[in-house]
Design a protein around this ligand. Sequence first.
Ligand code: UD1
Length: 417
Amino acid sequence: MDKIVVEGGASLKGEVKISGSKNAALPILVSSLLADGWNTYSNVPGLRDIKSIKQLLSYLGAKVETDGSTVRIDGSGLCKSEAPYDLVRKMRASILVLGPLVARLKKARVSLPGGCAIGARPINLHLKGLARLGASVELKHGYVEVSAERLKGNEIYFDIPTVTGTENLMMAAVLADGVTVLRNAACEPEIVALADVLNKMGADIHGAGASIITIKGVQSMHPVSVSIIPDRIEAGTFMVSAALTRGDITILDCQPAHMGTLIHKLRLTGTAIKIDGKNIHVIGSDEIESIDIKTLPYPGFPTDMQAQFMVLMLIAKGLSIISETVFENRFIHVSELRRMGADITISGNSAMIKGVPMLLGAPVIATDLRASASLILAGLVARGKTEVHRVYHLDRGYEAIEKKFARLGASIERVRE
Ligand code: UD1
């Protein structure tokens, strides 16, 4: 497996173009199953997770063609209703096929994803929602089996706002009889992006982006041609890199409106941020102020930016408290960051960070996607060489991140181990 080797110390400067959003692309590619005919998706990021979802869609009978960042999918050949263990265990988001499969084939058999490094991550709310739409749901031999002759619209209340749960239920409800109301739905920009695509396909969805979403079932949907929104987490990672290395970076082709909380928090650290349409200009400050953050569902501070923001606080002036409220075990990067000289104390779901004058490069291991990014960020600012091993997770969610950092002046390379 590859490792990323970083020699810290460069102040990053220049422009970086943001790729399409992984978390928006995954459900949108899956929505191709809801109609017959060729859909065209542009600005799809070249990531391992995207490869996994394309494999799953092909396995289910869809035709998939890729040309650079354009992906074409025809769902008319959909014939299999099973997502097997080997495909689901590679990527939890495979569970997104559940809703469309029941809607189109009246049944689905999907391997239960199981826990992952950052928490137990159950799918009980996806299943409760499908049951509210009249589906029978059974758990057998590690698989969830869902069937319904015809889904019927109903009121669904999510005990916790769940992103993929909201997406799954939206995709199940678009072809159901009658009206479905999702209450306490997730409000992430990726939900709005999916609802926009579904509406373009002929669905009748109102309220996406707020916590109550109303879906009037329609008889059929048609294929579309759409572009994937920019990745707000990738953009955020580069914003933090500018603040961290006291750099000067212009982030091109992003959606600043999707990053309001991060922009606000970065400004409080002393980082200068100017927004110009779809571009964000970030200039790091010599003195980084410590601030507190608490992760929350959108529009709160994104859990997917927690590890990267923590790295900024490692070298800030003073004390910072970072509370993780979305996932129960999302501090796995902490022990690796400590090996680089970080002063972090964990108590329950909070991390207390005492800023240190400098980090020192070290060999470290990446154990989840955003943790991998945080270790690279730490390497960029540390004195000496950092080797980030096992970058499998990084490739799931960041497109050529080392090349993008190298173009900004970082001394960074990918080495085959
Ligand atoms: C999505 C994102 C992920 C992000 C997360 C939170 C995708 C592909 N992934 O993951 O990058 O970190 O949102 O912003 O979009 N929960 C339950 N029961 C359920 C479903 C969720 O208890 O049935 C809990 C989870 O364990 C977690 C919380 O709800 O504590 C939020 O999780 P959720 O929004 O579902 O995360 P994902 O959709 O898996």
